[in-house]
Design a protein around this ligand. Structure first.
Ligand code: MD3
Ligand code: FE
Length: 219
């Protein structure tokens, strides 16, 4: 029986890489400047659950050729335009393309940078990300602003879960056998001043996703 030392090093399952504080303060600031510019052109919207129309507590926007959206009528899906403005999503910041290349080695760029904004009290229930055709591609997540309690489960909803905090600058990569694990955000640990005033108090998470299957390359 293992003793539950509070500071025991976290044993992560295969296909989960947690790079704590991978981004330093100046890289976080540069990325937040990009996010402020994205939110100006593509305002945060409130996604809604399929069929019930129940609103998410998290607000979202996207950058890149495709963006994740959800509403009562159409459900979860990727779209090339913003659901309220009808405009194309802003381009993917080069910083994010570089990070994807540096850390994943995946032979095609991400198509969506989904930006989640958690105001104090917002959370995200346990779910699987499987709206992408390219399920062999990793998902790369970046945390900014306030810390949050992250929960990682198994391939079935009822499987046991582990929990740990995600902090500003942390990068989490999910791939291979872990790409389809259940996961969610139980709560954020609110505090002022962690995000630019244009965005407000709370937490930002960016997930980089390859959505479509890359073209097979001819030899
Ligand atoms: C584990 N976002 O956008 S990021 C999401 O912090 C999402 O906003 C959370 O879940 C957030 O879908 C968690 C970490 C993450 C992202 C994708 C995963 C964990 C994952 C895909 C598979 C398994
Ligand atoms: Fe997710």
């Amino acid at each position: 029986m293992e003793l539950p030392f509070a500071d025991a090093p976290l044993k992560l399952p295969e296909g989960v890489r947690l790079l704590r504080r991978h981004l330093d303060e100046s890289q976080q600031r540069a990325l937040l400047d990009d996010i402020v510019a994205i939110v100006r052109r593509a305002p945060l919207f409130t996604p809604r659950m399929p069929k019930t129309g129940r609103p998410f507590s998290v607000r979202m926007t996207n950058a890149g050729p495709l963006g994740w959206v959800s509403d009562r009528e159409g459900g979860y899906r990727y779209e090339p335009t913003h659901p309220e403005t009808g405009e194309p999503w802003p381009p993917m910041p080069p910083l994010l393309l570089d990070l994807w290349e540096e850390l994943t080695g995946y032979p095609a760029p991400p198509e969506a940078a989904l930006v989640n904004f958690y105001a104090p009290g917002a959370k995200m229930g346990l779910h699987v990300d499987n709206d992408e055709a390219a399920l062999a591609a990793p998902v790369l997540s970046i945390s900014l602003g306030c810390s949050a309690r992250f929960r990682l489960g198994g391939l079935q909803r009822r499987a046991p879960t582990i929990s740990f905090d995600l902090h500003a600058g942390d990068v989490l990569i999910l791939e291979g056998p872990s790409r389809l694990r259940y996961h969610g955000i139980d709560r954020i640990h609110p505090g002022p001043g962690a995000l630019p005033a244009e965005i407000g108090e709370g937490r930002i998470n960016i997930t980089l996703r390859r959505v479509t299957l890359p073209q097979a390359r001819r030899s």
